[in-house]
Design a protein around this ligand. Structure first.
Ligand code: FES
Length: 374
């Protein structure tokens, strides 16, 4: 076992043997790990979670999160990785690790999860772009297996056919669960015989999808399929998530039922900030991280706390900067903040005083935060 500081937290990595490595497309591949019996409990997971992988090359360590593609009932940890460049960690893993090798992997984490409702009739829609399919695949397999009454619609965008990962597995699922799963593929750089399936999945495309695919509902003549949607899952780049989450919200899906997972840093708010705050200047900020205390003054509260600390080059834990990943989760020990968006903390955690620093606007002249907790 190895310990390493990652996103401001001491993280444990366990050596797992690679049971299977397989190329999916020109630049994506999958890894499957063997889980020793004594680690089975630690590596149990919920659909939609990810693991963190630590790799080493020439004395340097690289740490990255990768979504699990397996569903919990499959009793395995499998990941889908995309090689974005020759220097990326995924490229290093692809070139350097083979079946039988050991890799350091953290226990599963993440909150891109859903509560299972096996006895309900639900309608769930997924939007995925590129390698964003990975956690959605886990969810879809899990829901199809666990919820016999739930129907699912997947809208999956890629540049072209060549880039379409997991096609075989998805088509197999669609064949097996024909009456409950419909999958639609979209291509941004490939001519399709029907122009409906050309282009990115964005707000405009969503309007068309609602009007042309999710319209007449065989199970209820009075309403449309879209009216019946209970949960929306979105995974892809920040711009896509922003466009689709807002479009779904404007088309009547409550924010709490729109779930997204982001694989990159995104410096924009997902939903527009509608509130205004009284201006406060010269805000004193104190915080603890990894046992060290830091202190500074923020010029005002026009920008969120984490972003201001980063501008001042303070060490703070973060990843998405959009209220999604939870890396900047901390306790507010003194002062008041407005939490603009929160896709991560539970109501209970908020009541306990936890906030997301990347989504918090200071409302008092003194703010004290603590990033150290387990
Ligand atoms: S950095 Fe991701 S929630 Fe704040």
């Amino acid at each position: 076992m190895k310990q390493q500081i990652y996103k401001g937290k001491l993280t444990e990595f366990h050596p797992l043997k690679i049971a299977k490595k397989q190329d999916l497309t020109k630049n994506t591949f999958s890894l499957e790990f063997e889980i020793p019996t004594d680690l089975a409990g630690l590596f149990s997971f919920d659909a939609g979670q990810y693991v963190t992988v630590l790799t080493e090359k020439d004395g340097a360590e690289y740490i990255n999160d990768y979504s699990i593609t397996a569903a919990p009932f499959e009793n395995k940890i499998s990941l889908g990785l995309k090689i974005n460049s020759d220097k990326s960690s995924a490229s290093l893993i692809h070139n350097q690790y083979n079946e039988g090798d050991l890799m350091y992997v953290s226990k599963p984490a993440g909150r891109f999860t859903l509560v299972s409702k096996p006895s309900e009739f639900r309608t769930i829609v997924g939007f995925a772009a590129g390698i964003g399919i990975t956690p959605i695949l886990s969810h879809f397999k899990n829901i199809l297996y666990q919820e016999p009454r739930t129907r699912l619609f997947l809208f999956y965008g890629n540049k072209n056919f060549e880039n379409l990962a997991y096609r075989e597995e998805l088509d197999q699922l669609a064949r097996f669960y024909g009456d409950r799963l419909q999958i639609y593929y979209f291509f941004s750089q490939e001519n399709t015989s029907n122009s409906f399936f050309s282009g990115r999945i964005d707000e405009k495309k969503l309007n068309l999808i609602i009007n042309q695919i999710l319209h007449l509902d065989d199970t209820d003549e009075e309403s449309t399929i879209w009216d019946a949607v209970d949960e929306v899952l979105i995974c892809g780049k920040g711009k896509m998530i922003k466009s689709l989450a807002n479009a779904c919200y404007h088309h009547g899906i409550p924010k709490n039922n729109i779930h997204f997972e982001l694989f990159e840093e995104f410096n924009e708010d997902i939903y527009p900030v509608e509130k205004e705050f009284p201006l406060i200047e010269n805000i004193e900020v104190e915080y603890t991280m990894l046992g060290k205390n830091f202190q500074t003054e923020l010029p005002d509260n026009r920008e969120k706390i984490l972003q201001q600390l980063l501008i001042q080059k303070f060490p703070v834990p973060y990843s998405c900067k959009s209220g999604i990943c939870g890396s900047c989760e901390c306790f507010l020990e003194e002062g008041e903040v407005e939490l603009l968006e929160n896709e991560y903390l539970t109501e209970k955690e908020e009541a306990q005083g936890k906030i997301l620093a990347c989504m918090s606007i200071a409302k008092t002249k003194k703010i004290k935060l603590n990033f150290d907790f387990n």
